[in-house]
Design a protein around this ligand. Structure first.
Ligand SMILES: [Zn+2]
Length: 411
């Protein structure tokens, strides 16, 4: 065996059963073909693991491997087929690739790193010199491996959320591990069945171990929780509640601005963002502009003050005190004569029991929202995205915090 053959032998981590029988270099095509030959003897049945004799050899196949310098490198081999007494004739496993993969394990490991690092799939396929379908299959296998290895024993707090896309509002539902900040599962739609599908990702023991679930005040999700994790407490979380309050302030502003504009009053013009910002995060300049606005006798300023006041609610240590605060706040909000604010206040009152659960669990969907924007960008950069299954694979690949590494490869 010459040194080049020896080099590849080591690189591929071949066991004694295989040898590098030829390394063919094509300068014109900038390509290297490594021919591997099985040495014969006993082989392992891929189904039951029994030691068998070789029945015959499958037709030659090739696997794309990591480039050698700039040379595209391929492995070629005829894989022996085992003659098993129990299972019949089966194509055996090879040490350099997974079943059905057209790539070697090392190539897949590299491709996974490139896919993770690239902001778009097409960017990665270009760098790797592979097609979109091939990239997708690598991701699919990686996610499958990751899901098999995933540990969920310590799961206690999850969030469920819906995410809408575009004006037509296609929805997906997302189940998130709030402690680890990872997506556990996604499903199409945002109905009760969508939530049921999310629960199916967890085993019975894991569902029984869930202490609380953070959700918006969305009955379809509540129902599904009571079916699949009846012991879990529902927490209507801070994140969604402040979203509802912000929307109410914005509705008040829009109505008021329309009325003011009819009288030629432009005080609210261009102020939309100011009312939504957290004052603590405002620049000094913005704050000056805003404080002039908020001190005016405007309905929007009143709505804003009511919304801001509610932030104190979350600072209480005990649910009892928070409840007292809520009734004062509610009295103020419900007498405000501001339709959208009254509507939200009533909704909060109706769900108060499951808002006060926050003081026992202190969970929010803030982590979910961070993942949601990642999910949004996956959607936005999707190419060839059709079936939901593809989309799910990509979400779990990027947001599932899964161990995606091919078997036998260590970092
Ligand atoms: Zn067998």
């Amino acid at each position: 065996m010459n040194t080049l053959e020896q080099h590849y032998r080591q690189l591929l981590g071949l066991d004694a059963a295989w040898e590098v029988s030829d390394v063919a270099l094509s300068l014109e095509e900038k390509r290297i073909d490594i021919l591997l030959t099985h040495r014969g003897g006993k082989v392992e049945c891929p189904e039951c693991g029994a030691s068998c004799s070789i029945a015959d050899h499958a037709p030659e196949r090739s696997w794309r491997h990591l480039n050698t310098m700039q040379f595209e490198t391929h492995l070629r081999a005829r894989v022996p087929r085992s003659n098993c007494k129990c299972c019949g004739v089966k194509t055996t496993k090879v040490p350099w690739a997974e079943k059905h993969s057209r790539f070697t394990l090392l190539f897949e490991a590299f491709a996974i790193e490139v896919l993770k690092a690239c902001s778009t799939i097409s960017g990665a396929t270009e760098l790797l010199g592979i097609g979109w379908d091939a990239a997708h299959r690598i991701m699919e296998r990686a996610v499958e491996r990751g899901l098999e290895r995933r540990e969920l024993e310590s799961l206690e707090y999850v969030g469920m959320d819906e995410k809408g896309f575009g004006k037509g509002q296609d929805y997906i539902s997302v189940l998130v591990d709030l402690s680890e900040g990872r997506v556990l599962e996604v499903s199409p739609g945002r109905r009760e069945e969508s939530a049921d599908q999310l629960w199916a990702a967890l085993g019975e023991d894991q569902r029984a171990g869930i202490k609380a679930v953070a959700i918006d005040m969305w009955p379809a999700f509540s129902k599904s929780i009571s079916k699949h994790a009846p012991q879990a407490e529902i927490v209507h979380d801070r994140f969604h509640i402040s979203k509802h309050l912000n929307e109410a302030v914005d509705k008040v502003r829009r109505e008021e601005q329309k009325a003011l504009m009819r009288e030629g009053d432009e005080r609210l013009k261009g102020s939309k963002q100011l009312w939504l910002f957290n004052p603590e995060n405002m620049s000094e300049e913005r704050w000056l502009e805003f404080s002039r606005l908020k001190d005016l006798e405007l309905k929007t300023a009143r709505a804003w003050a009511i919304k801001e006041q509610f932030r104190w609610f979350w600072d209480y240590r005990y649910a009892g005190n928070a409840r007292k605060f809520f009734s004062k706040w509610y009295a103020w909000a419900s007498r405000s004569r501001l339709g959208p604010i009254i509507q939200v206040a009533k909704m909060l009152k109706r769900h108060l029991a499951n808002i006060l659960t926050y003081f026992r669990h202190r969970i929010t969907n803030a982590a979910t929202e961070g993942l949601n924007s990642r999910i949004q960008s996956i959607k936005a950069s999707a190419r060839g995205f059709r079936a939901f299954a593809n989309y799910r694979t990509r979400i779990l690949f990027y947001c599932g915090k899964l161990d995606l590494t091919p078997p036998g490869i260590t970092h």
